[in-house]
Design a protein around this ligand. Sequence first.
Ligand SMILES: Cc1ncc(COP(=O)(O)O)c(C=O)c1O
Length: 385
Amino acid sequence: MTVDVAAARKDTVGTDHVVHLDNAGSALVPRPVADAVVAHLRREEQVGGYRAAAEAAARLADVHSSLARLIGSSPGEVAVLESGSTAWATAVSCLPLTAPRVLLGRTEYWHNVLVLRQLARRDGLDLVVLDDDEHGQVDVAHLQRELDRGGAGMVALTHVPMGGAQVQPAAEVGRACRAAGVPFVLDACQSVGQLPLDVAALGCDVLVGTGRKFLRGPRGTAFVHVRRELLDRLGPVLRDRRRSADGEVEARWLESWETGVAGRLGLGRAADYALDLGADPVRDRVTVLAETLRDRLAAVPAVQVHDRGLVRSGTVTFSVRGRAAEQVQAHLAGQGINVSTAPLPPSAAAHVLDPAARERDVVVRASVHYYNTEEELDRLAAALP
Ligand SMILES: Cc1ncc(COP(=O)(O)O)c(C=O)c1O
């Protein structure tokens, strides 16, 4: 099966207006997602928010099922929250750590590192930043040595970094964590919607995803999976534990009661949309487009491509000689091409832990999705200053 690009573009109004190569920032939502959000807001306008939510109860329950199917989880293990950062902080701050050492990758998302630093100060945790290997991926042998030393209470990894191409070997990390009996927290905010994800194959206990990036959901939506065995032991959270009809604790008790219902419905629709396309065809098309873009950029004399990783995602990072990344971004925006800027890995974690660390290099980030075309990639290469 392959992605029907013409159909995907027909569903994506924004492709008529911009060359959108900022899917790692916030992708273009497809029409069915926008429709789900707008229709609910219209109903709120007519009958009020509470009644509109009551009418949508069945569809709201389906949101958890759709997200669960997307990542091989179950509806009771999924909570919907308002941002990936909040979801990660909420789950991790109530994980019951049985040992004080927290191991984290060097490409860990900066906000996660800030949360860990606060927890380390409060609870006396010891943060250990794992080495990278020669490909800019987490060194699994180093992870194994640290696990063998004992005293590890948790491992945190960001699957695809904010400003880099590398896809971390999450399943290998998951296997090592399972064997050592150490909880594994995977930040999949940049991978959900562009890569196939399965929590069992990844061996993760917690997985966090955000709605607006490659999943193509509305802004202000995110979700977290927490493995059933951990759910009963999470705490403390300033809320009542929520149980299903058969008495099991559900991840939903991490959610706040008040929420953007329209956004939730849009997130569920985005998950269904991704499920309909299939994760493998999406990954295959994103991979081809990203490699094509790397080739196109490498052919431009003033351009340096920075991507690393044995397996690479849809994020392409580059710089243009003599131009700041922000200048390149503004120049391209003037020609109807959306890209963004991002700090290069690996130093995100190191920088937060050591403020004296060298300022990180900021580069241009062009991130492709399946609805982009080769012609759009040519336009980007031709438009560079
Ligand atoms: C790797 C990664 N994790 C987490 C987040 C945070 O997600 P949110 O912006 O929904 O809080 C981002 C956002 O850029 C990210 O790139």
